[in-house]
Design a protein. Structure first.
Length: 260
Protein backbone atom coordinates (compact mmCIF):
# COMPACT_ATOMS: atom_id res chain seq x y z
CA UNK A 1 0.00 0.00 0.00
CA UNK A 2 1.32 3.43 -0.89
CA UNK A 3 0.69 7.17 -1.14
CA UNK A 4 1.73 9.18 -4.17
CA UNK A 5 3.88 12.16 -3.18
CA UNK A 6 4.14 15.26 -5.34
CA UNK A 7 6.27 18.28 -4.39
CA UNK A 8 5.11 21.27 -6.44
CA UNK A 9 7.30 24.12 -5.23
CA UNK A 10 5.76 27.57 -4.83
CA UNK A 11 2.24 27.70 -6.30
CA UNK A 12 -0.32 30.56 -6.22
CA UNK A 13 -3.24 29.63 -4.01
CA UNK A 14 -5.89 29.76 -6.76
CA UNK A 15 -3.81 27.44 -8.94
CA UNK A 16 -3.33 25.06 -6.01
CA UNK A 17 -7.10 24.94 -5.50
CA UNK A 18 -7.50 23.90 -9.11
CA UNK A 19 -4.82 21.23 -8.74
CA UNK A 20 -6.57 19.90 -5.64
CA UNK A 21 -9.91 19.73 -7.46
CA UNK A 22 -8.37 17.74 -10.31
CA UNK A 23 -6.64 15.30 -7.98
CA UNK A 24 -9.72 14.95 -5.75
CA UNK A 25 -11.90 14.20 -8.80
CA UNK A 26 -9.47 11.50 -9.94
CA UNK A 27 -9.33 10.01 -6.45
CA UNK A 28 -13.13 9.94 -6.10
CA UNK A 29 -13.31 7.99 -9.36
CA UNK A 30 -10.63 5.64 -8.03
CA UNK A 31 -8.44 6.51 -11.02
CA UNK A 32 -5.44 7.27 -8.80
CA UNK A 33 -4.40 6.21 -5.33
CA UNK A 34 -4.11 8.31 -2.20
CA UNK A 35 -1.91 11.36 -2.75
CA UNK A 36 -0.01 13.93 -0.69
CA UNK A 37 0.69 17.29 -2.33
CA UNK A 38 3.49 19.36 -0.75
CA UNK A 39 4.03 22.99 -1.73
CA UNK A 40 4.49 26.62 -0.69
CA UNK A 41 2.25 29.60 -1.42
CA UNK A 42 2.92 33.27 -2.02
CA UNK A 43 1.39 35.36 0.81
CA UNK A 44 -2.33 34.55 1.13
CA UNK A 45 -5.01 34.55 3.83
CA UNK A 46 -7.67 31.85 3.90
CA UNK A 47 -10.93 31.70 5.83
CA UNK A 48 -12.37 28.31 6.73
CA UNK A 49 -15.99 27.39 7.31
CA UNK A 50 -15.94 28.67 10.90
CA UNK A 51 -13.94 31.84 10.23
CA UNK A 52 -14.73 35.34 11.38
CA UNK A 53 -13.70 38.26 9.16
CA UNK A 54 -12.94 40.15 12.38
CA UNK A 55 -9.86 37.92 12.77
CA UNK A 56 -8.25 39.66 9.79
CA UNK A 57 -6.69 42.72 11.39
CA UNK A 58 -5.92 44.76 8.27
CA UNK A 59 -8.27 46.15 5.65
CA UNK A 60 -9.06 44.62 2.27
CA UNK A 61 -7.53 47.71 0.69
CA UNK A 62 -4.26 47.20 2.58
CA UNK A 63 -4.11 43.54 1.60
CA UNK A 64 -4.83 44.35 -2.05
CA UNK A 65 -2.13 47.02 -2.11
CA UNK A 66 0.38 44.48 -0.80
CA UNK A 67 -0.67 41.76 -3.22
CA UNK A 68 -2.14 39.48 -0.54
CA UNK A 69 -5.15 37.51 -1.73
CA UNK A 70 -8.00 36.39 0.53
CA UNK A 71 -9.88 33.13 -0.13
CA UNK A 72 -12.99 31.76 1.57
CA UNK A 73 -12.75 27.97 1.38
CA UNK A 74 -14.57 24.87 2.58
CA UNK A 75 -12.01 23.50 5.03
CA UNK A 76 -12.63 23.41 8.75
CA UNK A 77 -11.19 26.03 11.05
CA UNK A 78 -10.90 29.79 11.19
CA UNK A 79 -8.47 32.19 9.51
CA UNK A 80 -4.89 31.30 8.65
CA UNK A 81 -1.95 32.65 6.70
CA UNK A 82 0.21 30.92 4.09
CA UNK A 83 3.44 32.29 2.73
CA UNK A 84 7.02 31.57 1.67
CA UNK A 85 8.95 29.35 4.04
CA UNK A 86 5.81 27.50 5.11
CA UNK A 87 5.36 23.88 4.06
CA UNK A 88 1.75 23.29 3.05
CA UNK A 89 0.46 19.76 2.66
CA UNK A 90 -2.76 18.62 1.00
CA UNK A 91 -3.45 14.93 1.70
CA UNK A 92 -6.05 13.69 -0.79
CA UNK A 93 -6.97 10.29 0.57
CA UNK A 94 -10.01 8.03 0.73
CA UNK A 95 -10.91 7.53 4.40
CA UNK A 96 -12.63 4.26 3.49
CA UNK A 97 -9.23 2.66 2.92
CA UNK A 98 -7.18 0.71 5.43
CA UNK A 99 -5.84 3.23 7.93
CA UNK A 100 -4.35 2.91 11.43
CA UNK A 101 -7.07 3.15 14.07
CA UNK A 102 -9.93 2.62 11.65
CA UNK A 103 -12.86 1.09 13.59
CA UNK A 104 -15.72 1.19 11.09
CA UNK A 105 -16.35 1.50 7.35
CA UNK A 106 -14.20 4.62 7.23
CA UNK A 107 -11.67 6.51 9.32
CA UNK A 108 -13.30 9.47 11.07
CA UNK A 109 -12.14 12.95 10.01
CA UNK A 110 -11.06 13.78 13.57
CA UNK A 111 -9.05 10.55 13.74
CA UNK A 112 -7.40 11.50 10.44
CA UNK A 113 -6.49 14.92 11.86
CA UNK A 114 -4.92 13.20 14.88
CA UNK A 115 -2.78 11.11 12.52
CA UNK A 116 -1.64 14.26 10.69
CA UNK A 117 -0.76 15.86 14.02
CA UNK A 118 1.29 12.82 14.97
CA UNK A 119 3.22 12.91 11.69
CA UNK A 120 3.99 16.60 12.16
CA UNK A 121 4.98 16.15 15.81
CA UNK A 122 7.50 13.55 14.65
CA UNK A 123 8.71 15.91 11.92
CA UNK A 124 9.34 18.61 14.51
CA UNK A 125 11.29 16.11 16.61
CA UNK A 126 13.57 15.45 13.62
CA UNK A 127 14.79 19.04 14.09
CA UNK A 128 15.12 18.79 17.85
CA UNK A 129 11.80 20.52 18.52
CA UNK A 130 9.56 19.00 21.17
CA UNK A 131 5.93 19.47 20.12
CA UNK A 132 2.49 18.38 21.29
CA UNK A 133 -1.27 18.63 20.85
CA UNK A 134 -3.50 20.91 22.91
CA UNK A 135 -7.04 19.64 23.60
CA UNK A 136 -9.66 21.56 21.58
CA UNK A 137 -6.92 23.49 19.74
CA UNK A 138 -6.25 21.52 16.56
CA UNK A 139 -2.68 21.73 15.31
CA UNK A 140 0.86 21.20 16.58
CA UNK A 141 2.29 23.31 19.40
CA UNK A 142 5.54 23.84 21.26
CA UNK A 143 5.71 22.83 24.91
CA UNK A 144 4.63 25.49 27.38
CA UNK A 145 5.99 26.21 30.82
CA UNK A 146 3.69 26.19 33.85
CA UNK A 147 4.48 27.80 37.21
CA UNK A 148 4.48 25.66 40.33
CA UNK A 149 2.53 26.62 43.45
CA UNK A 150 5.77 27.32 45.34
CA UNK A 151 6.97 29.71 42.64
CA UNK A 152 7.51 33.03 44.42
CA UNK A 153 6.12 34.89 41.42
CA UNK A 154 2.77 33.11 41.79
CA UNK A 155 0.31 34.77 44.15
CA UNK A 156 -2.57 32.73 45.53
CA UNK A 157 -2.17 30.29 42.68
CA UNK A 158 -2.69 32.97 40.01
CA UNK A 159 -0.84 32.37 36.71
CA UNK A 160 2.56 33.93 36.32
CA UNK A 161 2.29 36.45 33.46
CA UNK A 162 5.87 35.63 32.45
CA UNK A 163 5.12 31.94 31.95
CA UNK A 164 5.97 30.70 28.46
CA UNK A 165 2.79 29.87 26.56
CA UNK A 166 2.62 27.23 23.85
CA UNK A 167 3.16 28.51 20.31
CA UNK A 168 1.69 27.05 17.15
CA UNK A 169 4.06 25.36 14.72
CA UNK A 170 1.46 23.86 12.38
CA UNK A 171 -2.16 24.63 11.55
CA UNK A 172 -4.57 21.97 10.30
CA UNK A 173 -7.93 22.19 8.53
CA UNK A 174 -9.53 19.59 6.28
CA UNK A 175 -12.59 19.03 4.13
CA UNK A 176 -14.17 15.65 3.42
CA UNK A 177 -16.43 14.93 0.45
CA UNK A 178 -17.63 11.44 -0.51
CA UNK A 179 -15.05 10.05 1.88
CA UNK A 180 -12.12 11.86 0.22
CA UNK A 181 -10.11 14.51 2.05
CA UNK A 182 -8.73 17.80 0.78
CA UNK A 183 -6.88 20.80 2.26
CA UNK A 184 -4.65 19.77 5.14
CA UNK A 185 -1.79 21.37 7.09
CA UNK A 186 0.64 24.28 7.11
CA UNK A 187 3.96 23.86 8.94
CA UNK A 188 6.05 26.96 9.64
CA UNK A 189 9.58 26.07 8.56
CA UNK A 190 11.37 29.35 7.83
CA UNK A 191 8.25 31.54 7.63
CA UNK A 192 8.49 35.29 8.26
CA UNK A 193 6.31 35.35 11.37
CA UNK A 194 5.68 39.09 11.11
CA UNK A 195 3.09 38.30 8.44
CA UNK A 196 0.94 36.64 11.11
CA UNK A 197 0.40 40.12 12.58
CA UNK A 198 -2.20 40.58 9.84
CA UNK A 199 -4.53 38.04 11.48
CA UNK A 200 -5.58 36.36 14.72
CA UNK A 201 -4.22 32.92 13.73
CA UNK A 202 -7.01 30.34 13.87
CA UNK A 203 -8.96 32.81 16.01
CA UNK A 204 -6.75 32.00 19.04
CA UNK A 205 -5.77 35.19 20.87
CA UNK A 206 -3.82 33.88 23.86
CA UNK A 207 -1.09 31.95 22.03
CA UNK A 208 1.29 33.01 19.29
CA UNK A 209 3.03 31.27 16.40
CA UNK A 210 6.58 30.14 15.83
CA UNK A 211 8.66 28.20 13.30
CA UNK A 212 11.05 25.28 13.12
CA UNK A 213 13.78 27.78 12.25
CA UNK A 214 13.34 29.58 15.58
CA UNK A 215 12.80 26.48 17.70
CA UNK A 216 15.29 24.01 16.18
CA UNK A 217 18.17 22.65 18.21
CA UNK A 218 21.64 23.99 17.43
CA UNK A 219 23.03 22.34 14.33
CA UNK A 220 19.59 21.05 13.27
CA UNK A 221 18.27 24.19 11.57
CA UNK A 222 15.76 23.29 8.84
CA UNK A 223 15.70 23.94 5.14
CA UNK A 224 12.56 23.48 3.09
CA UNK A 225 14.04 20.44 1.34
CA UNK A 226 14.86 18.83 4.67
CA UNK A 227 11.36 19.59 5.95
CA UNK A 228 9.77 18.06 2.84
CA UNK A 229 11.73 14.83 3.21
CA UNK A 230 11.12 14.61 6.97
CA UNK A 231 7.39 15.24 6.52
CA UNK A 232 7.07 12.66 3.75
CA UNK A 233 8.97 10.10 5.81
CA UNK A 234 6.85 10.63 8.90
CA UNK A 235 3.54 10.60 7.02
CA UNK A 236 4.58 7.25 5.58
CA UNK A 237 5.42 5.88 9.01
CA UNK A 238 2.29 7.15 10.76
CA UNK A 239 -0.11 6.21 7.95
CA UNK A 240 1.73 2.92 7.43
CA UNK A 241 2.13 3.47 3.69
CA UNK A 242 5.06 3.54 1.29
CA UNK A 243 5.58 7.01 -0.20
CA UNK A 244 6.00 7.00 -4.00
CA UNK A 245 7.43 10.19 -5.48
CA UNK A 246 5.93 11.60 -8.67
CA UNK A 247 7.96 13.96 -10.82
CA UNK A 248 5.05 16.14 -11.93
CA UNK A 249 1.30 16.68 -11.81
CA UNK A 250 1.15 15.46 -15.39
CA UNK A 251 2.77 12.18 -14.39
CA UNK A 252 0.30 11.76 -11.54
CA UNK A 253 -2.75 12.48 -13.68
CA UNK A 254 -1.39 10.27 -16.46
CA UNK A 255 -1.91 7.40 -14.04
CA UNK A 256 -5.59 8.31 -14.03
CA UNK A 257 -5.66 8.45 -17.82
CA UNK A 258 -4.06 5.03 -18.05
CA UNK A 259 -7.00 3.56 -16.12
CA UNK A 260 -9.76 5.06 -18.25
Amino acid sequence: MFIYLLSLGRVPYAKALDIQRRVVAARKQNLIGDTLLLLEHPPVITLGRNASRANILVSDEWLASHGVAVHEIDRGGDVTYHGPGQLVGYPIVDLRGEWPGKRGPHLGPVDFVRLMEEALIRTCADFGVMAKRIPKCTGVWTLGGKPTRDDKTVTNGAPNPSVIREKKLAAIGVHVSQGVTSHGFALNVTTDLRDFDWIVPCGIKDRGVTSLELEAAAGMEPTMDHAIHATARNFGRVLQRQMLWCDSLEQLLALAGSRV
